[in-house]
Write a protein that binds this ligand. Structure first.
Ligand SMILES: N[C@@H](CCC(=O)N[C@@H](CS)C(=O)NCC(=O)O)C(=O)O
Length: 372
């Protein structure tokens, strides 16, 4: 049987999420850079007009673009092996998937692009590997690196916010470190969908680029060990007493995880509120886009306050595409399950998220996110 081809890069945030899933699910894959003639002629045309990584070609030859769609595809085949079954754990798993995928772009971009002395040579090497042989490497690399620097600014990583981004990130690493000193993964001794979301920024950028890697190794060893663990096929939990491979029993949520979410809420909540308002306003101004119109990565800039400082960032519909999964799960709850989840979300400072909904739903068509 042929293997799965994963088009991605070691440097890529979103590739890290899918790679880790494939590794932990025991799926045989081969990673390729998206720079070959075969990719241009046979794979790209099936990606809905968006040149993004990761994309996979499945064993049966189907092309899937987008990390969430790829993981959904294999999770469905895999009996939902990485989706916990109890209510609080299910909600937090999906919540970490959103926050990991969309909520840590500022530190990921800042620690990559604001430290040229430490990172330049490393980044230059990787950007060169993307360039097909027939093109002028120097020119293309410079242009692509500038585009990504610009993307960082678009996510709100500008000189005025650097100090705030760093202080939020350092506190987050301390809280994650405290959690991973007690538990191998977010919800116990087995990774969940939320771990795969969270590894996206914490591997490709923050756990691999020279500047933030050193920081993590020096200040947050247990977090660094989780990053390693997420990229290994075996459980890699030697330092823990308990050697089981399951989620915590009785729907337990460790206090350390509540602390992590409380920290993440500091900017995730104001940004999500502002983005929700901005996208809904934008939707209101459109003359009812036809069903299946592509939902672009950003529809405008929104401004919000974090710890007394103002941040301006791209309002991204994709955040709400993933958040809807948490909200759908939440909407199915009733009775004590709902009460318990409400109490938990309150303790994490995340309750407001359940009400932040777009006026139009996002789905997928031809490998793109679209307005339904
Ligand atoms: N929602 C997509 C986002 C993928 C994405 O933005 N990937 C980056 C690299 S980490 C990329 O390809 N950027 C280039 C672009 O979007 O044009 C996913 O989760 O796969």
């Amino acid at each position: 049987m042929s293997e799965i081809t994963l088009y991605g890069s070691p440097l890529s945030l979103y590739t890290g999420r899918v790679r880790s899933y494939l590794i932990k699910a025991g799926l045989v894959y081969r990673e390729m850079l998206p720079n070959s003639r075969h990719y241009e002629e046979n794979v790209l045309p099936q990606m809905g007009g968006r040149r993004s990584i990761p994309a996979v070609v499945t064993q049966s030859g189907k092309v899937i673009r987008d990390g969430a769609a790829i993981i959904d595809h294999y999770e469905a085949k895999n009996n939902n092996a990485f989706s916990p079954e109890s209510p609080k754990q299910r909600i937090l798993s999906l919540l970490f998937d959103v926050i990991g995928s969309e909520g840590l772009l500022r530190p990921a971009m800042h620690y990559r692009w604001s430290f040229p002395n430490e990172n330049q040579e490393f980044l230059q090497f990787h950007f060169e590997t993307f360039v097909p042989p027939q093109l002028d490497k120097k020119e293309v690399v410079e242009q692509r690196m500038n585009t990504m620097r610009g993307a960082g600014r678009n996510f709100g990583a500008v000189a005025e916010t650097f100090a705030l981004i760093e202080s939020l990130y350092i506190e987050l690493t301390e809280k994650l470190n405290a959690h991973f000193s007690l538990h191998p993964y977010l919800l116990g001794a087995k990774p969940c969908i939320g771990d795969f979301g969270l590894i996206a920024p914490l591997y490709g950028h923050l756990g691999r680029d020279p500047k933030p890697l050193r920081l993590m190794q020096a200040k947050a060893v247990c977090l660094f060990r989780w990053v390693e663990r997420m990229n290994r096929p075996e459980p890699d939990i030697g330092e823990f007493d308990a050697q089981n491979h399951h989620y915590l029993v009785d729907d337990q949520i460790p206090e350390t995880l509540v602390d992590v979410l409380g920290q993440l809420a500091i900017d995730f909540i104001p940004e999500t509120k502002a983005a929700c308002m901005c996208i809904n306003e934008w939707l209101g101004e459109q003359s009812s886009p036809e069903a299946n119109t592509v939902a672009e990565r950003g529809v405008g800039m929104c401004t919000f306050e974090v710890a007394g400082e103002s941040i301006t960032a791209l309002a991204q519909p994709y955040r709400f595409y993933l958040l809807k999964r948490v909200q759908d799960e939440y909407d199915q709850l009733s009775g004590t399950d709902k009460d318990d989840v409400d109490t938990l979300l309150q303790a994490c400072g995340m309750s407001e998220l359940m009400d932040l909904r777009l006026s139009r739903e996002i789905g997928r068509c031809d490998n793109r996110e679209v307005w339904l």
